[in-house]
Design a protein around this ligand. Sequence first.
Ligand code: HEM
Length: 559
Amino acid sequence: MTTGAPQKWSDAQLSHNRIASLMPPLPVQYLAFIALSLALVIYQAWTRRKSSIADLPGPKPESLLLGSVREHQHDEVGAAELKWRAQYGDVYRVKGVLGTYRLFVSDPKAIRHIHHSGYIIRKQPFRIELSRLLVGAGLSTVDGENHRRHRRINSPAFGTNHALGLLQKLSKVWQEKLKAEDSIVVDTPQYFSKFLLDVIGEVAFDYRFGASDGDTAGFSAALSGILPQIHAVPSDMQLFIFGLMEILPAKLMQLYMRHAPTAGLRNSRRVHNIITNVARRLVSEKTADLAAGKAKRDILSLLVKANASENPRTSLSEHEMLSQMHTMMQAGHETTANTLSWTIFELSQRQDVQNKLRAEIHEMERVMRARGQTEYTWTEFDAMPYTIAVMKETLRYHPVAFNNVREAVCDQVLPLSKPIVTKSGETLTELPIAKDQIIVVSVAAYNRNEDVFGSDASVFNPERWLDDTVRTDVQLGPYANLMTFGSGHRACIGYRFAVYEYQTFLVELVKNFRFSMDPEVVKRVRRNPTGVLMLPILSGERTSRLPVHITSVDESATT
Ligand code: HEM
């Protein structure tokens, strides 16, 4: 399977676009809004007390207007953070737009405070607002007591036993499809994204979107294209406006987000409307099913029941129910699809790892055949140490959600694993931070922290999970001490399901297929920061693409 020719940009064009994008044709009201906001922010900066982190070491800003934002956002994921971490340690400050300070953190103890102290550190309001344009008031965009209520309602749907049955059914479908095509070039991000959207459709909504069969309603096309459309290589003007939004008073920021005539925001509203229409149709079908006594434990059934509930602790309004459907559709497939793409990327370059993985899978299949078992359960999955090691290593090395941006709700003190020395020579064993401080939890840098993952943390090496290299006493994240699924009360609610789905798919693929990539193409692969997700992009191109050569595996082969 191949996709149509991607749009290519030469480096000269990219650089021209960056310059041109500083001066896009803008309506007068829009310019007036920016001028007003700028005046306000400069006034705030003028009157603001000195930041408590100003004396921390950190990189010299590239420019007065953008600080170091361009270096952070235009480089590959993690490039700037790993460089800064090597220079300044696990806690340092970076200048943002108009001289604001951002605290970058990859220290495990500090991260634990940030993610495990309840709601005294919150998701950044600007990012919540951006997500709300797409999903409304769902689990990922509500805070405090509302967030607790949403988690309470949604949690029962993520029991692994429930997911297990559905995935076993889907595994057979995948096998048939994949066996039908035996020597092909597959653009993995596109392929996995559509397939996994269908999985979410079945698991969450008991509904078949048909994305992998060719979408007729335009729904999956709209959904699959969200990230590249909204966040393709941000121009300097976009970076500046995003930075401005982070420091504007909430009301002004919301006004901008809801009404600004930019292509990205218009597209978010368009996609939101398409999905809302689909969600309403699914709700009315599910309501009829439930009324007819056809009860199920998919997420939508739970949501519809919550909508009908009169208990305020477990009820959801219609808007919240639709928002939660948006959230599941969007949080649940691109993340896993891209994790799989990065796995195949690593395997394509490491035939040794691929062979070892395949040998373990074939061995497990032999054992299962001998006892007359045809389908995997958790018991078999848990008994595949090398497969699990490859999965953990990919989740560590390629965390698709690479930054968690937070904001302090009140003044507080951040505990530290190691002391830090300020620019003026003071040694700090804990760090006071002020209300409103923006904090970037650097998942990409934490996941390569040598103190936690061993001295070779900067290389892809699944073996680290099979010896005692990885520290187990850190207690971060719901899976393998990784920050890939977040941590604490906002950690990924779908992580067990995602891990199971990931293993099912990986076993199925590696069992049947061998992967390789053209070395010249490998050189062009970039870990691109596309909004909140890290997608594979070939240098000079604008949309996510990873062409992988696939051939069939002889079932009897074990190496
Ligand atoms: C490899 C796959 C996945 C990765 C790497 C991933 C990563 C994450 C991360 C990092 C967060 C926390 C964000 C934060 O703290 O700001 C999160 C939250 C969330 N994830 Fe996942 N996720 C994955 C799969 C899934 C799946 C399959 C689902 C649903 C079916 C899902 C649903 C959610 C939801 C609803 C939240 C919001 C939780 C809350 O705010 O309480 N995710 N995910």
